[in-house]
Design a protein around this ligand. Sequence first.
Ligand code: BES
Ligand code: MN
Ligand code: ZN
Length: 470
Amino acid sequence: MTKLTLSNKDIPAVAKKYCKLVITEDAPSWHRLVECEDGSLEYRIGAGKWKAMTARKYITFVRTVVQAAKSHQIEHLAIQAPVAMLPAILKEHDSQWILSTLAENLTIAAYEFTMYKSTKSKKKQLQEVLVCGGLSSAEKKAFARGLIVGTQVNVARDIANTTAEDMTPTNLGKAAVKAVKGTKASVKVLGEKELQKLKMGLLLAVGAGTKHETKLIVMEYYGAGKAKGNPTVFIGKGITYDTGGLNVKPSGHMHDMHMDMSGGSAVIAAVAASAKLGLKKNIIGIIPAAENAVSDRAMRAGDIVTAMNGKTVEVLHTDAEGRMVLADALTYSERFKPKVILDVATLTGAALSALGQHASAIMTKDEKLETKLRTLGEASGDYVWPLPLWDEYQAHIKSTRADLSNIAANFSRFGGSIEGGTFLANFAPKKVPWAHIDIAPRMEAIASDKLAKGSTGEPVRLLVRFAEEY
Ligand code: BES
Ligand code: MN
Ligand code: ZN
């Protein structure tokens, strides 16, 4: 675990044990480690011209610094808070954004997942990053905020990186309890008996094929006071493993599906962060948690199941399970009288076909909400991009025998992400602003993210900003 601390000193004045990071205007790939006369180390790294440093570049640059320090096995690193050097960013954001983003990205770049390694790495670990410079109290507060958010991103990654055998629906519920421990947030976990009483037929059908009990995890945080104001509701897909069900996934497309609860882990972490930040907002998290398994008790293609809202669904494909569990969670969310609902899910491979792996897809009919999500996406680094939710798509999922089918009734592969969102639109409470976020493209880190392989922990940073600002 890397410790991140603030110092009032300027960088030349810090102790000898620190390797001093000197950021130059050389090309971004340039870097050099030099020994100073007093025996201390100086690490010079190019960041390109300061005036060309955009918010996006800054986010990855901060991560590059940590990656470079790790590869040089630097144990103590000191850096100067770069506020004054970032004129291009200061046109859009304030110095608090710079400090918060610094803390977030130092924290998430330092993360490594070692739970299943039988031996410790012999490499020297990055123990500490000291951020120097006289900061204002608002800047210090922003840095502290960034540490909390970054730490919760890492909590989401820990949960997603854990195997499906260890992160069952029951254990996902326990992870939610652990995440909010010591805060004002509360968690209740409903089991199959309660889900039957609630008539959550879609969630139960998805979880029917496994010995691991299906759960509904409900997190409540009333930072504004329970009677004061309708809550923001986050719903996260919590499929702890997705085999595809009887329409089993081909090999090479299954092993990553222990991360199919990434929407759920992001919601858990976002509620925990909101509570730890003490936001004066009411935030609800709902995570339908199930394993989509293969067995003689699993739902079949061709089965017809009844949702909590009474609509019947023909299961044309057992691998389109995410929208089924989310549908019942959307119906359940009505009882909280939401101000706004965001659902977050690793829903479709088609979202990767549409956007590649640089952004999550958002779908909403609410233009203001769409704009807000795009703006906050930019500010947080969890980038999102819209796809349409036009009524034309509803015809695709009209079933012959039931009300709806869970995939296109003609089995077309076109517009798969939109059909997922369109299915959900049939369950979203009426008249409540709602957006669907398909995070499948951002489930796993890619090289250009400059993060450890595995879960990205997205979109925790976006959800926290949304909780703060909506
Ligand atoms: N969990 C998957 C989607 C997924 C794929 C997430 C790749 C992350 C990376 C989802 O449950 C699924 O299987 N979707 C199907 C939908 C299809 C049957 C309409 C898909 O994308 O193939
Ligand atoms: Mn699936
Ligand atoms: Zn899935």
